[in-house]
Design a protein around this ligand. Structure first.
Ligand code: COA
Length: 198
């Protein structure tokens, strides 16, 4: 596999690794209660966000299963950091990956996650040769469900009240996409169904 080339450009965004100087921009959305329920590491204060940024700054390649690649979504026009996307390589034998995302609510509805996730899915299938990608989504977030459907992900599971978040039951949806199901315009070739892999 050739080495990963960053940053990645989309129509309106540059996806690049996080930097120490991103603290103020990440604080603007990461600590918001509406974002907190979707991020991996809870944050309340600047110091918490600084720790998260230092973790994300190291997430720049997928060398082994368990590794995560996290990229900041930076708007081309004014260089504002509007959100983040991640790709986790969860299993090597079966080439499984998971996507995560968070966006500043003030910047939602502008097509940014459609662009960022499209680029990350391209990267997962074309560069990292991931076979299947999954996304966990809040069942009550209709916009996320629409986003998943727009990207062509398939709803595979609906977990009802299987965890509590701040005293409230969750509704977790699992969406997934196989490499050969990805949009025909992508570089991904239509792979035959794999037989035994292990
Ligand atoms: C849901 C969310 C992650 C989508 O990200 P986004 O960058 O806003 O998504 P996009 O602008 O690329 O829109 C993708 C689709 O989502 C829907 N959508 C997103 N925001 C919308 C809005 N404000 N009004 C109506 N539809 C919206 C639309 O169907 C849209 O596709 P379309 O524009 O072709 O109709 C974002 O709106 C958000 O963070 N919301 C609050 C937090 C949240 O729910 N997070 C969920 C994590 S599981």
């Amino acid at each position: 596999m050739s080495s990963l080339r960053l940053p990645i450009e989309t129509d309106h965004l540059v996806l690049r690794p996080f930097e120490r100087g991103d603290l103020e921009a990440v604080c603007r959305y990461h600590v918001l209660p509406t974002v907190q329920r979707y991020v991996e590491r809870p944050t309340r204060y600047h110091e918490d966000v600084a720790k998260v940024i230092s973790i994300m700054r190291d997430q720049v390649e997928l060398h082994r299963p368990g590794d995560t690649l996290t990229l900041a979504m930076v708007r081309k026009g004014d260089h504002a950091l509007v959100g983040q996307v991640s790709l986790r390589w969860s299993d090597a034998t079966a080439s499984q990956g998971e996507l995560r995302f968070a966006i500043d609510p003030a910047e939602s509805g502008k097509g940014y996650l459609t662009q960022a996730l499209t680029a990350l899915i391209d990267l997962a299938f074309d560069h990292f040769r991931i076979h299947r990608l999954m996304v966990r989504c809040d069942g009550r977030s209709h916009h996320s469900v629409k986003l998943m459907q727009k990207l062509g992900l398939r709803l595979e599971a609906h977990y009802r009240e299987h965890a509590l978040f701040q005293g409230e039951w969750d509704e977790e949806l699992h969406f997934a996409l196989l490499d050969r199901e990805w949009r025909p315009s992508a570089q991904v070739v239509d792979l035959p169904v794999r037989g035994r892999v292990a």
